[in-house]
Design a protein around this ligand. Sequence first.
Ligand code: NAD
Length: 421
Amino acid sequence: MRAVVVALGKIGLPLAARIAQAGHEVVGCDVDQRVVDAVNAGRVPYPGESSLEGVLAEIVAAGRLCARRDTTAAVAQGAELVVAVPPLVIDGEAQPDWRILDAVIDDIGRGLRPGTTVSVETTLPVGAIRGRIAPALERASGLRSGVDFHVVHSPERVFSGRVLRDLDAYPKLVGGLDRVGEARAAELYRAFLGAEVWELGSAEAAELTKLAETTYRDVNIAFANELARYADRLGLDVERVIAAANSQPFSHIHRPGVAVGGHCIPVYPRLLLSGDPSATLPRAARAVNEAMPAYAVERLGDLLDGGLRGARVLILGVAYRGAVKETAFSGAFALRDAIDAAGGLALATDPLYEDGELAALGFEPWDGEPIDAAILQADHPEYRGLTAADLPGARAVLDGRAVLDLAGLRAAGLEAAGIGR
Ligand SMILES: NC(=O)c1ccc[n+]([C@@H]2O[C@H](COP(=O)([O-])OP(=O)(O)OC[C@H]3O[C@@H](n4cnc5c(N)ncnc54)[C@H](O)[C@@H]3O)[C@@H](O)[C@H]2O)c1
């Protein structure tokens, strides 16, 4: 098979590698020349996807994957499968900014040849494949969808940091505009994936599935956060309670935490609500989860007898979660604002970010001087085993991700607590 993968980001590059690894010929396209150069040199252009390094070096050296900037030319050379996974930027109100996706679809359309199947993996609002993407491909190519080419949605469900492993673990979902196109796309995915490929019957079913699984997590986390706040009032350890509840096989309560960040979980419930404004649970869950950073700062103020006024408060981790260099919708921003609002000075540190990068994101980088308190926002592996000695001067610590040894910190004389702990 000859395949073209458009947008070699944290999701597109491992996917391109996986197709090439299965023995196919892959051209990867990206507008960023640095990404193209890195891939052609066999180097992964971003940190965190460790197992990709060796795979990429091997397939590039074997000539099975090459990268280029010109999507239209790559598609025009003919391909059975074109996979597009560009970002769809969505703001806090769930308004998609279609510019990148529209440009990518136009680039693909202008090179499209009869017989190609186009799969869009970017998360989409329900109806986008039928109402927006297929017509745009028809306009740009002059070809007919369902006759000359097929277009499907196959939502990307992997977890960045372990994409190659996940690609072979979860069923790959495919939803088309008709049975023939869907079956063809499924056949192409089966040619390189170890996982099962499920045909969902329509593009809309595939679009809704991705919104359903991500919204489920947001709602579930919101419930865990409400339990945590109740446990705080009762003086109980919510982690123990949840572990015990989940020993019953129908209970799958997630973990509470200081914030729900990233491109997906805080955003896709809003995309669901934009299609179904009558839904109430996703809206309530968003409100609960968005209130958590302020709640955490309030708790830290209680621990630091006298509140945060004038205190130097260190945010540990600006990434939205551990081991990923990404700050989209990170709780660190809301923590910074809540610390400021409480009269404290918010400082930040993160093992994946240089001081200049922290400053560019609007954080005051920690100079290593004594602090009064710290709050763990991202569960970076570097923070496991953190001790009082790592936090000079600190009198209080709030662990937002349940990774610290609270008893050890207390034994060292700090006031230490978690969310619901
Ligand atoms: N990151 C995740 O954890 C995750 C998980 C599931 C699904 N997704 C989906 O995947 C999408 C992409 O996520 P990502 O993390 O790979 O993004 P990313 O920011 O890591 O990469 C995006 C890439 O697109 C390239 N690009 C931008 N405009 C382009 C254009 N016009 N033509 C070609 N390339 C272009 C950029 O240069 C960049 O390399 C998300 O929007 C989401 O829908 C992401």
